[in-house]
Write a protein that binds this ligand. Structure first.
Ligand SMILES: [Zn+2]
Length: 732
């Protein structure tokens, strides 16, 4: 039960929300009850029913709610009447209270047909309440299971708080393991969630762990969304169906009979395609003239199917990866390297390693049968390079934030609710502080008071003795503390999801002042020792006097949008940096701003018109940043904004930001690659690829080593310079 509370309470709540939370917990207990009954009863075939799979409802964007409402009305009138609807995510466009209210209104058209939604990235990425906004808005939990007429249904939360990417948390995998154990290995299971699995472009970085977990069970279908396409594919012999957005007029009608699933797809034919059995739209004809069609998609047996054995092996021979595989009878083989396009495989393949970044790679061998079943076998391979790992450790929770280092200790914020202190020499855990919610942002080490401060989604700010992890004090604020604190003049400042920026006495946690914003805060506060700098989702960037809490200036920054107190292009994600009498901050529209510290006037800007989620680093008169979803990074003169260098890392950089160590700067690509770049010249000195797990946080470095954590909970240490590897290794 505690676990359930935690899962719903992903971020922050007041009294009214607590009541909702209790109601939700009750409903989960009821559902879990269903599962345990199934354990006792033998597996009986379904009598037969129909349900609907829809996805990407996106209420709040344009007039989507009108189409959604019309389709809900249509679904409610289907014959036979569907038992329920499973919606695989992106229920609302930006996840605001207003959009969820509109969603609930459209839901009226479903009548008494029950809706089981799962969250999508749009539900949590800009949500002013974090994941709690989704549970309140839909009145349902983030993930759950239920039984219906002999079939076990599961919806999962594949979202990452305030992010675009997919990830199934360790916490959920633990829950799913227990949930499936209760139903036995023969009962048909249908699992739905937003970000897809088992495709060449990886969205869900923990997909292999999920696939391994469900292997012994009788999963018969994956319901997927996010891609806005009417497509299907096959994961280890199990079909996966994706539908276009509901507002794009598609949904799956799934009929369950005693021995099979019969899936039909309801969709609007493409007006451009001329086809004899579809109505064709003339260019001048209005859109409502296109009639929807319902086409059979596939039939799936409910009985557990035998799994063929794929014999496959990948090993390193000199500068080649040699793949050796035997196709099961009747199957054809393909292989792919990480996320590259699959290549045909006839027995043996040799891949030159020269094109691959050193580190961990996964070769996937796939055996496909004429009946569309496909089975995948992952084969991890380590490619040696300029540097190799000095140590690795699993901290047991997702690492999504920048790391902090002080003395010989690395401070790791974890989405698994803990703040963990690791010894830098070997990664050994010194202590951990457990909280009741995810720790999203970096902690702050204050030298003056020798205290480590951090915020948790459990609404508290914590002050901790860095020597032993003992909590000196903790203070409850009005919402989830997803932002990171900073300290100046004995005052700690941090923003929260309750739209306030707080000033707190750093010595005892007493509240001194608040500044009222118009939306939530998630980034780390910056300071010049006198003033605080905080950017928010309300488009504003504020400068606040540390002692008095008086707003010295505030600027509207980032492209505006037609929403109340919100723009997706706000200066909200990146944490500002201070230096040379200026404050540097990126807005999400891909502009790095150099502002005069006194009055916020813009001195210069770098506009790459892409996106600016990566925080700037100031050091010795230079600013280092990555302003691109193409992996481009740069260094500019802090005074003039003139380029010193640019570098191409070769893959997407999201929130990861530069750190400095031993003459180099370091930044991570989402795909697992850490880049070591010479700070003077911009030359990439080395790259290293970590084992699977999105890299959304930022590394930290000292003079000898760089440290990085992944969304799969893995922390690693690498030497800063290739040449010093030998010395380092001997030193330990
Ligand atoms: Zn999506």
């Amino acid at each position: 039960m505690l676990h359930d509370v935690k899962m719903i309470a992903a971020c922050g709540m007041n009294e009214a929300m607590r009541i909702v939370r209790c109601l939700l917990v009750y409903s989960i207990i009821a559902l879990t009850g269903c599962s345990s009954k199934a354990q006792v009863a033998p597996v009986a075939p379904p009598k037969g029913f129909t349900f609907i799979h829809c996805s990407d409802v996106h209420v709040g964007a344009g007039n989507n709610h009108e189409t959604d409402a019309a389709l809900f009305a249509e679904i409610a009138k289907l014959d036979p009447k569907p038992a329920f609807v499973v919606a695989t995510g992106d229920i609302c466009e930006y996840g605001t209270d207003e959009q969820y209210a509109l969603y609930r209104e459209t839901l009226n058209n479903l009548g008494d047909v029950k809706m089981y939604p799962a969250p999508g990235n749009h539900d949590v990425r800009w949500n002013p309440r974090g994941k709690e906004g989704y549970t309140l808005g839909t009145g349902g939990p983030l993930y759950r299971s239920w039984d219906y007429d002999g079939v076990h249904f599961v919806t999962l939360d594949s979202t990452v708080l305030l992010e675009h990417w997919g990830h199934i948390s360790q916490e959920q995998l633990n829950w799913l393991k227990k949930d499936l154990a209760k139903i036995g290995r023969e009962k048909p299971v249908i699992i739905g969630f937003h970000h897809w699995i088992g495709r060449e472009s990886v969205q869900t970085d923990s997909e292999q762990a999920l696939m391994d977990l469900v292997k012994p069970y009788n999963v018969v279908l994956w319901l997927q969304g996010h891609g806005h396409a009417d497509i299907d594919w096959n994961v280890n012999g199990v079909p996966a169906t994706m539908v276009k957005g509901l507002y794009q007029n598609s949904y799956d009608i799934i009929q369950v009979t005693p021995d099979e699933l019969r899936i039909r797809k309801r969709t609007l034919p493409d007006p451009k395609k001329k086809s004899s059995d579809e109505l064709v739209r003339e260019k001048t004809a209005p859109a409502d003239k296109i009639q929807p069609v319902v086409k059979p998609l596939m039939n799936i047996p409910l009985k557990k199917q035998p799994v063929p054995n794929i014999v496959a092996d990948a090993k390193l021979e000199d500068d080649q990866i040699v793949i050796d595989a035997t196709a099961p009878h009747g199957a054809t083989l393909e292989y792919r390297v990480d996320t590259a396009h699959p290549q045909p495989l006839s027995g043996l393949a040799r891949i030159p390693t020269t094109q691959l970044v050193p580190g961990e790679h996964v070769i996937t061998v796939q055996a496909s049968f004429p009946d569309k079943r496909a089975y995948q076998k992952p084969l991890p391979v380590t490619i040696p390079g300029a540097v190799s790992q000095l140590w690795q450790t699993d901290v047991g929770g997702e690492v999504q934030s920048p790391l902090v280092k002080h003395g010989d200790t690395i401070y790791v914020s974890s989405m698994g609710n803990d703040l963990i202190a690791l010894r830098d020499s070997d990664g050994k855990e010194k202590w951990r502080v457990k909280t009741a919610g995810p720790i999203f942002q970096a902690s702050h080490f204050d030298d003056a008071s020798n205290t480590l401060y951090f915020g948790s989604a459990d609404h508290f700010v914590y002050a901790v003795n860095p020597n032993n992890g003992h909590v000196k004090w903790k203070a409850e604020l009005g919402g989830a503390v997803l932002a990171g604190p900073n300290v100046a003049q004995g005052v700690l400042s941090v923003g929260t999801t309750d739209t306030k920026i707080y000033g707190i006495d750093a010595s005892n946690g007493n509240k001194l002042w608040t500044v009222q914003g118009k939306n939530m805060f998630q980034s780390k506060t910056a300071t010049d020792g006198q003033r605080f700098f905080v950017g928010g989702w309300d488009n504003f960037f504020r400068c606040i006097d540390a002692k008095s809490g008086q707003e010295i200036w505030s600027k509207e920054l980032g492209r505006k949008q037609n929403y109340k107190n919100f723009s997706a292009f706000s200066p909200a994600i990146t944490s500002p940096a201070v230096g040379d009498g200026k404050v540097f901050v990126s807005t999400n529209d891909g502009i790095l701003h150099g502002l005069k510290i006194e009055n916020g006037d813009e001195v210069w800007r770098v506009d790459w018109k892409k996106m600016g989620y990566s925080s700037p680093l100031y050091r010795d008169g230079r600013v280092y940043a990555a302003l691109s979803d193409e992996g481009k990074a740069f260094c500019v003169d802090a005074n003039t904004g003139e380029f010193k260098w640019t570098a191409e890392t070769g893959a997407v950089i999201y929130d990861s930001s530069f750190c400095f160590g031993g003459g180099n700067v370091f930044i991570a690509n989402v795909n697992g690659t850490i880049n070591s770049i010479n700070a003077d010249s911009g030359k990439i000195e080395w790259q290293y690829r970590m084992p699977p797990g999105h890299l959304l946080g930022s590394p930290v470095a000292d003079d000898d080593r760089v440290y990085m954590g992944s969304m799969n909970g893995l922390m690693i240490a690498l030497p800063i310079h290739a040449s010093r590897q030998a010395e380092s290794a001997v030193g330990n």
